[in-house]
Ligand binder design. Structure first.
Ligand SMILES: Nc1ncnc2c1ncn2[C@@H]1O[C@H](COP(=O)(O)OP(=O)(O)OP(=O)(O)O)[C@@H](O)[C@H]1O
Ligand SMILES: [Mg+2]
Length: 363
């Protein structure tokens, strides 16, 4: 899993635009991509068509609770493309974690226990370096830094570079800088000068693809769609396809889970005939069981069978109806990571839910 932060203290330089459209372009190239919206403005979520009313779990829960997983909070926004959304509630995190130990490792710990084999995780960040951005940088090996042709852009890159040096010095954590010229119109002399200055100050750190200034990118964001979906042949779509190709070329550590495994991973429990076949992927687990309405919520659950590396299976013969359930993975109760259908139980926690149709309805 390749984890990249998109960061720059300078506001409005194109971070969210790069995070969202690069993610979509990478997904089009066949990569399985997760966007983590790590900004209380929630712009990445909105740019992918997800508003506050569409979710109950968010990036905020990664920081403040230890039993929310990527699989609990993510929302599918396109083929191979998921987002963990956020909104203004994320702004409470900084104060809430003030005296917490390991407060800069929260995001990295959540991503490390994700069971889904993403190829790329892109974290969109707010325009400052506080607890949220530090968490993202600690989780990442690479940082993509959009640089717009604005007055303070070069200063901002300099300050981010200092932050990265600090991380290396004080925490031994090294993050590779990758600059992206974003919102450029090379017909202007000023834009050409900024580009030349960037290459002089940071030789070799700039990705060669240039994201041009185009109003279609703004319109796509306002419509809640990535540019390659909004206007496939547009300049913006072409630029981001090229950026995805360039980054892919530089990438190490790309997983090779085949497409059928991926689609199965996303399917979870499946109603079939008189019952449900549950297949779950928990590669590091030693014992997996399932509990729910059909086991009377027994604490030990019905043990599942390990059928191949990391895949667990159990067929539960139940009549037609609607059932709530959870997996018990090495003693830890978890919602089904692959089943987006969830309800809140009377303890305020989430249960997965599956509907078994009557035999006549079964397809
Ligand atoms: N290449 C581009 N061409 C035209 N408009 C762009 C381009 N990139 C970004 N924009 C627009 O500029 C504005 C700011 O971009 P964006 O939200 O991506 O910046 P940001 O760095 O994420 O901002 P913030 O610091 O507030 O998070 C948005 O309206 C966006 O649509
Ligand atoms: Mg933004």
């Amino acid at each position: 899993m390749r984890i990249l932060s998109v960061a720059n203290q300078k506001g409005g330089c194109g971070k969210t635009t790069v995070a969202v459209n690069l993610a979509s372009a990478l997904a089009r190239r066949g990569r399985r991509v997760l966007v983590v919206d790590n900004d209380p403005q929630g712009h990445a979520s909105m740019a992918l068509g997800v508003g506050s009313k569409d979710f109950s779990l968010s990036t905020r829960d990664f920081y403040l609770t230890s039993d929310i997983y990527v699989e609990d909070a993510r929302i599918e926004v396109g083929p191979r493309l998921h987002v963990v959304p956020s909104d203004i509630d994320l702004s409470s995190v900084e104060a809430a974690l003030q005296h917490e130990p390991r407060k800069l490792q929260r995001l990295s710990e959540r991503l490390a226990v994700s069971e889904t084999p993403y190829d790329v995780v892109l974290i969109d960040n707010p325009p400052n370096v506080g607890v949220l951005t530090f968490n993202a940088l600690m989780a990442s090996r690479e940082v993509v830094v959009p640089v717009d042709p604005g007055k303070f852009s070069l200063d901002a890159v300099g300050r981010l570079r200092e932050t990265l040096d600090l991380l290396t010095l004080e925490r031994g954590h090294r993050v590779t800088l990758q600059l992206v010229a974003s919102g450029f119109d090379l017909r202007t002399r000023y834009a050409r000068e900024i580009l030349a200055a960037l290459d002089e100050l940071y030789p070799g750190d700039r990705l060669r693809t240039l994201i041009h200034h185009t109003v279609r990118l703004r319109e796509a964001a306002a419509a809640g769609r990535a540019i390659d979906d909004f206007d496939e042949g547009s300049r913006g779509a072409v630029d981001f396809a090229a950026l995805a190709e360039e980054l892919d070329g530089r990438g190490a550590d790309i997983g090779d889970v085949d497409a059928s495994t991926w689609s199965r991973l996303l399917s979870g429990g499946r109603a079939r005939g008189p019952g449900v076949e549950f297949i779950a992927e928990f590669p590091r687990a030693k014992r997996v069981a399932i509990t729910g309405d059909f086991t009377g919520w027994s604490v030990e659950g019905e043990p599942m069978e390990l059928i191949s590396d990391g895949r667990w299976r159990l067929e539960v013969p139940v009549p037609a109806g609607c059932y709530e359930y959870k997996y018990i993975v090495d003693g830890v109760w978890k919602v089904d990571p692959e089943n987006p259908e969830r309800v809140r139980n009377s303890y305020g926690q989430l249960n997965s839910i599956i509907v078994v149709p009557a035999a006549d309805d079964a397809s």
